[in-house]
Design a protein around this ligand. Structure first.
Ligand code: ADP
Ligand code: MG
Length: 238
Protein backbone atom coordinates (compact mmCIF):
# COMPACT_ATOMS: atom_id res chain seq x y z
CA UNK A 1 0.00 0.00 0.00
CA UNK A 2 1.37 3.39 -1.02
CA UNK A 3 1.91 5.76 1.90
CA UNK A 4 3.56 8.61 0.07
CA UNK A 5 3.78 9.51 -3.58
CA UNK A 6 5.96 12.10 -5.24
CA UNK A 7 5.14 13.02 -8.79
CA UNK A 8 7.36 15.09 -11.11
CA UNK A 9 8.65 17.25 -8.27
CA UNK A 10 10.90 20.17 -9.07
CA UNK A 11 12.56 22.77 -6.89
CA UNK A 12 14.31 25.95 -7.92
CA UNK A 13 16.07 28.57 -5.86
CA UNK A 14 15.89 31.59 -8.14
CA UNK A 15 17.34 30.44 -11.45
CA UNK A 16 19.05 27.43 -9.92
CA UNK A 17 17.08 24.21 -10.32
CA UNK A 18 18.21 21.74 -7.65
CA UNK A 19 15.49 19.05 -7.93
CA UNK A 20 14.79 18.22 -11.55
CA UNK A 21 11.66 16.10 -11.80
CA UNK A 22 11.62 13.37 -9.16
CA UNK A 23 9.04 10.55 -9.06
CA UNK A 24 8.85 8.18 -6.14
CA UNK A 25 6.43 5.80 -4.41
CA UNK A 26 6.98 4.94 -0.76
CA UNK A 27 5.04 1.99 0.64
CA UNK A 28 3.58 1.80 4.13
CA UNK A 29 6.17 0.53 6.61
CA UNK A 30 9.01 0.83 4.13
CA UNK A 31 12.49 2.07 5.09
CA UNK A 32 13.53 4.24 2.15
CA UNK A 33 17.00 5.77 2.00
CA UNK A 34 17.99 8.74 -0.18
CA UNK A 35 21.68 8.51 -0.87
CA UNK A 36 23.97 10.67 -2.97
CA UNK A 37 26.90 13.06 -2.77
CA UNK A 38 26.84 16.31 -0.85
CA UNK A 39 24.80 18.98 -2.63
CA UNK A 40 22.78 16.57 -4.81
CA UNK A 41 19.47 17.68 -3.29
CA UNK A 42 18.72 15.08 -0.59
CA UNK A 43 17.86 17.58 2.15
CA UNK A 44 15.87 19.75 -0.22
CA UNK A 45 13.72 16.78 -1.22
CA UNK A 46 13.19 15.77 2.40
CA UNK A 47 12.35 19.34 3.43
CA UNK A 48 9.74 19.55 0.67
CA UNK A 49 8.13 16.35 1.98
CA UNK A 50 8.17 17.82 5.50
CA UNK A 51 6.67 21.08 4.26
CA UNK A 52 9.69 23.16 5.27
CA UNK A 53 10.27 24.18 1.62
CA UNK A 54 7.70 25.08 -1.03
CA UNK A 55 7.38 22.69 -3.94
CA UNK A 56 8.12 24.64 -7.15
CA UNK A 57 6.38 22.12 -9.41
CA UNK A 58 4.86 18.64 -9.13
CA UNK A 59 2.73 16.85 -6.55
CA UNK A 60 3.24 15.36 -3.10
CA UNK A 61 0.61 12.86 -1.95
CA UNK A 62 0.43 11.42 1.54
CA UNK A 63 -2.24 8.74 1.64
CA UNK A 64 -5.18 10.24 -0.26
CA UNK A 65 -4.22 13.85 0.44
CA UNK A 66 -2.50 16.19 -1.96
CA UNK A 67 -0.10 17.82 0.49
CA UNK A 68 1.63 20.58 -1.49
CA UNK A 69 -0.15 23.28 0.49
CA UNK A 70 -0.86 21.44 3.74
CA UNK A 71 0.75 22.89 6.86
CA UNK A 72 3.84 20.91 8.04
CA UNK A 73 2.16 20.13 11.37
CA UNK A 74 -0.85 18.58 9.65
CA UNK A 75 0.97 16.16 7.35
CA UNK A 76 1.34 13.28 9.81
CA UNK A 77 5.09 13.60 9.46
CA UNK A 78 7.87 14.09 12.01
CA UNK A 79 11.42 15.04 11.08
CA UNK A 80 14.65 14.32 12.96
CA UNK A 81 17.50 16.69 12.15
CA UNK A 82 21.25 16.14 11.98
CA UNK A 83 21.77 18.90 14.54
CA UNK A 84 19.25 17.35 17.02
CA UNK A 85 17.85 20.87 17.66
CA UNK A 86 17.08 20.23 21.35
CA UNK A 87 16.09 23.05 23.70
CA UNK A 88 19.09 23.46 26.03
CA UNK A 89 17.17 24.94 28.96
CA UNK A 90 14.60 22.12 29.09
CA UNK A 91 14.95 18.64 30.55
CA UNK A 92 15.01 15.62 28.28
CA UNK A 93 11.41 14.84 29.27
CA UNK A 94 10.24 18.36 28.45
CA UNK A 95 12.11 18.28 25.14
CA UNK A 96 10.37 15.05 24.18
CA UNK A 97 6.98 16.36 25.27
CA UNK A 98 7.26 19.90 23.92
CA UNK A 99 5.26 19.38 20.73
CA UNK A 100 2.57 17.53 22.68
CA UNK A 101 2.20 20.52 24.96
CA UNK A 102 1.85 22.81 21.94
CA UNK A 103 -0.81 20.44 20.59
CA UNK A 104 -2.75 20.79 23.86
CA UNK A 105 -2.39 17.30 25.35
CA UNK A 106 -3.00 17.08 29.12
CA UNK A 107 -0.04 16.65 31.45
CA UNK A 108 -1.13 13.12 32.24
CA UNK A 109 -1.28 12.02 28.60
CA UNK A 110 2.02 13.79 27.90
CA UNK A 111 3.75 11.96 30.76
CA UNK A 112 2.42 8.66 29.49
CA UNK A 113 3.59 9.23 25.92
CA UNK A 114 7.00 10.52 27.08
CA UNK A 115 7.45 7.42 29.25
CA UNK A 116 6.60 5.01 26.49
CA UNK A 117 8.89 6.75 23.97
CA UNK A 118 11.70 6.79 26.55
CA UNK A 119 11.17 3.09 27.13
CA UNK A 120 11.43 2.28 23.42
CA UNK A 121 14.66 4.30 23.22
CA UNK A 122 16.00 3.12 26.58
CA UNK A 123 16.48 6.62 27.96
CA UNK A 124 14.04 6.46 30.89
CA UNK A 125 16.90 7.15 33.32
CA UNK A 126 17.79 10.39 31.48
CA UNK A 127 14.42 12.16 31.53
CA UNK A 128 15.36 14.65 34.26
CA UNK A 129 18.70 15.66 32.69
CA UNK A 130 19.46 18.64 30.48
CA UNK A 131 20.75 18.05 26.91
CA UNK A 132 24.20 19.38 27.93
CA UNK A 133 24.53 16.42 30.32
CA UNK A 134 24.10 13.86 27.52
CA UNK A 135 26.42 12.14 25.05
CA UNK A 136 25.94 12.60 21.30
CA UNK A 137 24.17 9.26 20.97
CA UNK A 138 21.86 10.06 23.88
CA UNK A 139 20.99 13.44 22.37
CA UNK A 140 20.14 11.74 19.12
CA UNK A 141 17.81 9.36 20.97
CA UNK A 142 16.05 12.35 22.56
CA UNK A 143 15.60 13.93 19.12
CA UNK A 144 14.09 10.65 17.90
CA UNK A 145 11.91 10.49 21.03
CA UNK A 146 10.48 13.89 20.21
CA UNK A 147 9.41 12.51 16.83
CA UNK A 148 8.04 9.22 18.23
CA UNK A 149 5.63 10.83 20.73
CA UNK A 150 3.79 12.51 17.89
CA UNK A 151 3.01 9.05 16.47
CA UNK A 152 3.51 10.19 12.88
CA UNK A 153 2.66 8.09 9.83
CA UNK A 154 6.03 8.94 8.34
CA UNK A 155 9.41 9.67 9.92
CA UNK A 156 11.98 11.77 8.07
CA UNK A 157 15.63 11.55 9.09
CA UNK A 158 18.25 13.92 7.64
CA UNK A 159 21.73 12.45 8.23
CA UNK A 160 20.88 11.73 11.88
CA UNK A 161 24.13 9.93 12.63
CA UNK A 162 26.67 12.12 10.89
CA UNK A 163 27.70 13.97 14.07
CA UNK A 164 28.52 10.73 15.89
CA UNK A 165 31.84 8.91 15.96
CA UNK A 166 32.26 5.78 13.86
CA UNK A 167 31.62 3.18 16.60
CA UNK A 168 28.52 4.94 17.87
CA UNK A 169 27.28 5.32 14.30
CA UNK A 170 27.33 1.57 13.85
CA UNK A 171 25.53 1.04 17.16
CA UNK A 172 22.86 3.66 16.39
CA UNK A 173 22.40 2.20 12.92
CA UNK A 174 21.45 -1.13 14.49
CA UNK A 175 19.16 0.63 16.94
CA UNK A 176 17.41 2.48 14.13
CA UNK A 177 16.80 -0.79 12.31
CA UNK A 178 15.38 -2.23 15.56
CA UNK A 179 13.24 0.87 16.08
CA UNK A 180 11.83 0.50 12.58
CA UNK A 181 10.87 -3.09 13.37
CA UNK A 182 9.27 -2.09 16.68
CA UNK A 183 7.25 0.85 15.34
CA UNK A 184 6.45 -0.58 11.92
CA UNK A 185 6.56 3.02 10.70
CA UNK A 186 7.38 4.38 7.28
CA UNK A 187 10.82 5.96 7.28
CA UNK A 188 12.54 8.18 4.75
CA UNK A 189 16.17 8.52 5.65
CA UNK A 190 18.87 10.69 4.09
CA UNK A 191 22.57 9.88 4.14
CA UNK A 192 25.67 10.41 2.04
CA UNK A 193 27.06 7.16 3.50
CA UNK A 194 26.52 4.22 1.15
CA UNK A 195 27.23 1.65 3.88
CA UNK A 196 24.48 3.15 6.01
CA UNK A 197 22.16 3.07 3.01
CA UNK A 198 22.98 -0.55 2.16
CA UNK A 199 22.43 -1.78 5.73
CA UNK A 200 19.25 0.14 6.59
CA UNK A 201 17.22 0.37 3.41
CA UNK A 202 14.37 -1.70 2.07
CA UNK A 203 14.63 0.60 -0.92
CA UNK A 204 17.44 2.93 -1.95
CA UNK A 205 16.98 6.06 -4.03
CA UNK A 206 20.27 7.16 -5.58
CA UNK A 207 20.31 10.88 -6.33
CA UNK A 208 22.80 12.92 -8.27
CA UNK A 209 22.45 16.55 -9.29
CA UNK A 210 18.74 16.63 -8.45
CA UNK A 211 17.89 13.59 -10.59
CA UNK A 212 17.02 10.06 -9.43
CA UNK A 213 19.67 7.79 -10.91
CA UNK A 214 18.15 4.51 -9.73
CA UNK A 215 15.62 3.13 -7.26
CA UNK A 216 15.85 -0.41 -5.97
CA UNK A 217 16.65 -2.88 -3.25
CA UNK A 218 20.23 -2.64 -1.96
CA UNK A 219 21.16 -5.95 -3.53
CA UNK A 220 19.75 -4.93 -6.94
CA UNK A 221 21.70 -1.68 -6.96
CA UNK A 222 24.82 -3.53 -6.01
CA UNK A 223 24.42 -6.29 -8.57
CA UNK A 224 22.73 -4.36 -11.37
CA UNK A 225 23.63 -0.67 -11.21
CA UNK A 226 21.84 1.16 -14.03
CA UNK A 227 24.74 3.48 -14.80
CA UNK A 228 28.35 4.27 -13.97
CA UNK A 229 27.45 6.80 -11.32
CA UNK A 230 25.43 4.25 -9.33
CA UNK A 231 28.11 1.61 -9.81
CA UNK A 232 30.81 3.97 -8.58
CA UNK A 233 28.80 5.35 -5.70
CA UNK A 234 27.33 2.13 -4.32
CA UNK A 235 30.40 0.06 -5.10
CA UNK A 236 33.05 2.37 -3.68
CA UNK A 237 34.38 1.39 -0.27
CA UNK A 238 34.12 3.93 2.56
P1 ADP B 1 22.33 17.63 0.08
O1 ADP B 1 21.41 17.54 1.26
O2 ADP B 1 22.22 16.47 -0.86
O3 ADP B 1 23.75 17.84 0.49
P2 ADP B 1 20.89 20.09 -0.47
O4 ADP B 1 19.51 19.62 -0.71
O5 ADP B 1 21.18 20.68 0.84
O6 ADP B 1 21.92 18.90 -0.80
O7 ADP B 1 21.27 21.15 -1.58
C1 ADP B 1 21.06 20.94 -2.96
C2 ADP B 1 21.50 22.17 -3.73
O8 ADP B 1 20.63 23.24 -3.44
C3 ADP B 1 22.90 22.64 -3.40
O9 ADP B 1 23.50 23.10 -4.57
C4 ADP B 1 22.65 23.78 -2.43
O10 ADP B 1 23.67 24.72 -2.50
C5 ADP B 1 21.34 24.36 -2.96
N1 ADP B 1 20.53 24.99 -1.91
C6 ADP B 1 20.05 24.38 -0.80
N2 ADP B 1 19.31 25.23 -0.06
C7 ADP B 1 19.35 26.42 -0.71
C8 ADP B 1 18.77 27.72 -0.46
N3 ADP B 1 18.02 27.95 0.61
N4 ADP B 1 19.03 28.68 -1.36
C9 ADP B 1 19.77 28.45 -2.46
N5 ADP B 1 20.34 27.27 -2.77
C10 ADP B 1 20.13 26.26 -1.90
MG1 MG C 1 21.79 17.57 3.29
Amino acid sequence: MTELKISKIRKSYGNLEVIKGVDLDVNKGEFVVFVGPSGCGKSTLLRMIAGLEDITEGELWIGDDLCNDIHPGDRGIAMVFQSYALYPHMTVGDNIGFNLKISGYSKEVREQKIQSAAQVLQIEHLLKRKPSQLSGGQRQRVAIGRAIVREPQVFLFDEPLSNLDAALRVEMRMELAELHRKLGATIIYVTHDQVEAMTLADKIVVLDAGIVQQVGKPIDLYQRPSNLFVAGFIGSPK
